[in-house]
Each structure stands twice: as structure tokens, then as C-alpha cells.
Design a protein around this ligand. Structure first.
Ligand SMILES: Cc1ncc(COP(=O)(O)O)c(C=O)c1O
Length: 397
């Protein structure tokens, strides 16, 4: 089937975070929105149809998620990630961040230390600190735009007896790495050795690009099953983040019971009716759409690469192994992070995620969301080039 990812669908006035929060985030609503991580594409036709059908019933009461829901997940993971799990290992959650929060509360205490790998998705900071845990930054090592893990630092941080949890982003937002087997093995070994629990956020797992594949940590190393919670969702994959439907996979029954009890204690178990429908249909009927989407995203990433190479080769960029989020390095422009941001907003009128919001390591970077029609990405690139020509080249800003 053909899907039209080139279609421009106006989103203004639809309560879309990406559009309607521009004034608050950028101080103006006239920037081209290439920031927050959702896409400007329609969800797969089967999902749209199922939601319309369900909406036409007109009764929207409390909902259950039975084995139709869990078997859609089981089959999806088996087909897409060659991971055999059991229905009973699945715990529903209204989001990946809520899953992480439940795990933090159940498996650590206030004052305990939690490791994250920076620069990273900003809520990883606040979810730790605002829940009164202490943050340990396992800063990633960057070399010519490619990121790897500082294992010596990780080991030192994990060996602190107060370190209880490692919140892991795989594939990583924003650096785009789909971590390989050797890296995962070293993490598993360190966490086993120092008795650290792993909360593995694999929300971007379906979006591996350019021949890379996702390796679920819990699948590779069953020996860590008593210390790993895998958090997944169809939200990024099928552009249904607004439907709040995610899940955690926990093979170990003791761990799972504790997670389950805490989820209920926090009253997070109920979830919304449409989210359940969308997850089930997306996983059962969305594979073809996802393949087409990934192809389109790869074309967009290559288009950015080509444009940068031709027009602004000083901007650092490495094709992502996964995600529709590109991590662009503007450090050679020599602007302070504040000036870079101001110039992009005021001169370029382009709204990307500011690198520093991912941590101090992000100074001089911007995160570009390529989950939009090609014409929109092309326009975004032109606007960035305008900033380059008017601000960086003339150094007058
Ligand atoms: C790494 C990562 N985790 C979690 C989330 C958010 O998940 P949810 O909306 O299900 O809480 C995002 C969204 O961008 C993300 O990139």
C-alpha cells in the first residue's frame, strides 16, 4: 500500500503540543515547529479506522485490556525484535515516563542515586530529582559526532552502594545510538556486579534505521531478568503519543508483582479506552505502514545530510542509527548557546529543541525532528542556512 507522508496536514488549533506551545517555548508562535518528538504524519489507516469505529459507539466507559491487548504485544515483539515473551510479563502503563516513575518509587528510596547517560531526554533529569533521588550523570563520550559509553565512569558510579537504578535510553534520545551487543553486555555485567537495577527505556526501539536493529537488553541477557524492567510503547512508532498507552515487560515474577502493586497504589493502571484500541490495531496491522515510514525517515535523514554537506559543512551531523531525531552540532559557528537559540528563533524562525535542555553536554547542539513531510524539512534547512549566512558568516550577531 502507498502512504502519503508528503501530505501537509495543518495542526494549528488541534491542541498539539508541538504547535500550540510554541509561544511558551520559543517566545513566539511563528517558528517552524521541528521540535517535540511526535510526527506530522497521520497514524496508520487501520488505526484511524479502528478509532473512528470505536468513537462511533458513543459510550466511552472504563476499559479493560485483555489478552487481545497482550497478544498484540507478544506477537509484535516476536516478529519485530525476535523476542519471545509471555502475556503475563506485560504490565500496562499510561506512558513510558509513568513506568519509569513507578520503578523509581518501588525500587529506590529518596536520597538513593540514579544513573542517566547525558546528554539525554530532559525528563530523565526531572523524574529523578523531582522524586528526591540523586542524579549521577554518566556522560557519553563524543568523537566526531559518534557517541559511546564511558564504562569506567559507569562502573565507578554503579559501585557506590547508594546507587540503585540505571535509567537507560536504548535507542538513545538524542544521540541516536542503537546500542550494540557488546555495549549491552558490559552494562549488564556492571549492573549485576554492583547490584544495580536497570530501567531500560526502549520507546524508540521500532525506529532503527539504515540497517541497524534493536537489541532488547532483557532478551539478550536473561541472567539480568531479576533486575530489569523494559519500558516500551507504540507511541513513537505509530505517532499516537497523545493516546497514552505504554507497557512494561518484566519477566521476573517477584519484580513484576512489586511493579504491579506500586502501579495500582499510584492509580496509574486504568488507562484510556482509545489508547488500548490503537495499540492493538497498530501492532496487528501497522507493520507495512511502519516499513514505509522508516524508508521515508531515512530519505529525510539523507536529505539533511546532503544539504549540510553542500551548504554548511561545518555543522556536525552523523546519520542516526535510530529515531527521527537528529542531533546537530553547531559548535563551529562559535555562538554561545543563548545566541544560537536566539538566532535560530529570530532570524531563522525555526524551532528545534535546544541542545542545553538535554544537559550541559548539549551546548552548541540542536535536536531536529525529521518526522515531517520533505517540503517542511527542506524549508527548515533553508531557514537554518539563512541563520548561517546572516549570523555565523557575517559574525554580526
Ligand atoms: C527516551 C524517551 N522516553 C520517554 C518518552 C516519553 O514517553 P511517554 O510519553 O510514553 O511517557 C520519550 C518521548 O519523547 C522519549 O524520547
Amino acid at each position: 500500500m502507498n502512504y502519503n507522508f508528503d501530505e501537509i496536514i495543518p495542526r494549528e488549533g488541534t491542541d498539539a503540543y508541538k504547535l500550540d506551545l510554541r509561544e511558551m517555548v520559543f517566545g513566539t508562535d511563528d517558528v517552524l515547529p521541528l521540535w517535540v518528538a511526535d510526527m506530522d504524519f497521520k497514524a496508520p489507516p487501520a488505526v484511524v479506522k479502528a478509532l473512528e469505529d470505536r468513537a462511533s459507539h458513543h459510550i466511552y466507559g472504563y476499559t479493560i485490556r485483555d489478552n487481545k491487548f497482550t497478544s498484540a504485544i507478544v506477537n509484535w515483539l516476536k516478529n519485530r525484535h525476535l523476542w519471545d515473551i509471555e502475556d503475563g510479563w506485560i504490565e500496562f502503563s499510561p506512558g513510558v515516563l509513568p513506568s519509569i516513575m513507578v520503578a523509581l518509587h518501588e525500587f529506590s528510596n529518596p536520597g538513593d542515586k540514579v544513573i542517566i547517560q547525558t546528554p539525554v531526554y530532559p525528563p530523565f533529569y526531572s523524574i529523578v530529582t523531582e522524586n528526591q533521588r540523586e542524579l549521577l550523570r554518566n556522560t557519553l563520550i563524543e568523537e566526531a559526532g559518534y557517541y559511546t559509553i564511558d564504562f569506567d565512569l559507569l562502573e565507578a558510579q554503579a559501585s557506590d552502594p547508594r546507587t540503585k537504578i540505571f535509567v537507560f535510553s536504548n535507542p538513545h534520545n538524542p544521540v541516536g545510538r542503537a546500542w550494540n551487543k557488546e555495549e549491552l553486555k558490559r552494562i549488564a555485567d556492571i549492573c549485576i556486579k554492583h547490584d544495580v537495577m536497570i530501567v531500560s527505556d526502549e520507546i524508540h526501539s521500532d525506529l532503527c534505521l539504515f540497517g541497524h536493529s534493536h537489541l532488547p537488553m532483557a532478551k539478550l541477557f536473561p541472567e539480568i531478568n531479576d533486575r530489569i524492567i523494559t519500558c516500551m510503547a507504540p507511541s513513537k512508532t505509530f505517532n499516537i503519543a497523545g493516546l497514552s498507552s505504554a507497557y512494561a515487560i518484566i519477566a521476573d515474577s517477584k519484580l513484576r508483582k512489586r511493579f504491579h502493586k506500586r502501579l495500582w497504589a499510584m492509580q496509574l493502571h486504568m488507562g484510556n479506552l482509545f489508547g488500548g484500541v490503537a495499540l492493538r490495531v497498530a501492532y496487528n496491522d501497522g507493520e507495512d505502514w511502519l516499513e514505509a515510514l522508516k524508508k521515508y525517515l531515512e530519505e529525510n535523514a539523507l536529505m539533511v545530510q546532503d544539504f549540510i554537506a553542500k551548504n554548511m559543512p561545518e555543522v556536525g551531523f552523523v546519520l542516526p542509527e535510530a529515531t527521527y531525531l537528529l542531533w546537530l552540532d553547531f559548535r563551529k559557528w562559535g555562538l554561545s548557546p543563548a545566541k544560537l537559540r536566539k538566532a535560530l528563533i529570530e532570524v531563522g524562525k525555526v524551532g528545534m529543541n535546544d541542545g542545553v535542555s538535554f544537559g550541559t553536554e548539549g551546548a552548541g547542539f540542536q535536536r531536529l525532528n525529521i518526522g515531517s513531510p520533505k517540503s517542511v524539512i527542506g524549508e527548515g534547512l533553508k531557514r537554518i542556512l539563512k541563520v548561517r549566512n546572516e549570523v555565523y558568516k557575517q559574525s554580526q550577531y
